[in-house]
Write a protein that binds this ligand. Sequence first.
Ligand SMILES: Nc1nc2c(c(=O)[nH]1)N[C@H]1C(S)=C(S)[C@@H](COP(=O)(O)O)O[C@H]1N2
Ligand SMILES: [Mo]
Length: 360
Amino acid sequence: MAVESERQSASEDFSTVELALATRNHGFPLESLRYDLTPIGLHYLLIHFDIPQVDPTTWRLEIGGEVGRPLSLSLDELKQRPSTSVACTLECAGNGRARLSPRPLSQPWLDEAIGNAEWTGTPLAPLLEEAEIGEAAVEVLFTGLDRGVQGDVEHFYERSLPVDEARRPEMLLAYEINGQPLPPQHGFPVRLIVPGWYGMTHVKWLDRITVVTEPFEGFQQAKQYRTKQSEDDPGEPVTRIQPRSLLVPPGIPDFPERRRFLEPGPRLLEGRAWSGWAPVTRVEVSVDGGETWQDADLDELTGDYGWRRWSIAWNAEPGEHVLCSRATDGAGNTQPEEPEWNTGGYVNNAVQRVVVTVQR
Ligand SMILES: Nc1nc2c(c(=O)[nH]1)N[C@H]1C(S)=C(S)[C@@H](COP(=O)(O)O)O[C@H]1N2
Ligand SMILES: [Mo]
């Protein structure tokens, strides 16, 4: 039954538009779950418009709007400020979209819109402090240099956060990933890192930060990234990452279908789990498509915002098996077995199902 539904979802037709998006915005190869920190080229990418080309010698970050002292900083000035690093799992809110039916015409992610990198930059909070946020401030708006048309609206990519959220000490203006300057595709020269939140909030290619006195109603805020049941439904905003876990795919794949084959005998199943609400406290594993579950061993946490490794011994017996893992976080959130549908195809954190054929 479970094996059948896995095959059906893989045989649905995808359009050329989806193919073009999928080749531009590549995913994370799931075997890279073995690395604590995702090597740069293996981290997923999501770019709505074009990657802007930025001259770092003339680039400046403007901080203005409802502030007492507007600031304008060069890249060197930003880098001379105190720096800090955070290991942070990034996940696109559309991860899992391609498994929903019907699905919107957008990036067709299966499970691979993730990465866990170490981001280095200067904390945002002291800069907001120096700029002297005014009493009437409601939100802080982050505007990128990339411009395009979506939903018939021409706009720069921009997203806002409530003032209290923007002032969190872990918010970073990042100029390095894994100790290297940001490459163009990840937001060179500077991007926002909002640990715990889905990817859309981590604005790349930052141009300016504007303190605003009304809630921002731009396209990527008010129209996109809301879980709606119909186009008229205002829906709820997408915010923090729901718990999720993924398995390192065991054994070897076939090409092109990527079905998995494994020799019988004792095996270690392993993977990673994360949540943006609270650290992961439990991972359960099923080797029978979710009929029965067993607790996996959890490695030490490596920080509040990076993923957590888990592992469990499995004696692989000949036959076809559906492997699943299910994460629970310290706030009590657990992955569902079936996704909750919404028009944008957001926040599908249903348990992953990996079909493995065990044979000699
Ligand atoms: N300026 C800008 N920032 C952006 C985007 C974008 O298209 N433009 N995409 C967002 C989305 S939807 C995601 S999931 C993440 C992806 O970050 P990555 O490509 O570095 O993995 O960037 C976010 N920041
Ligand atoms: Mo995204």
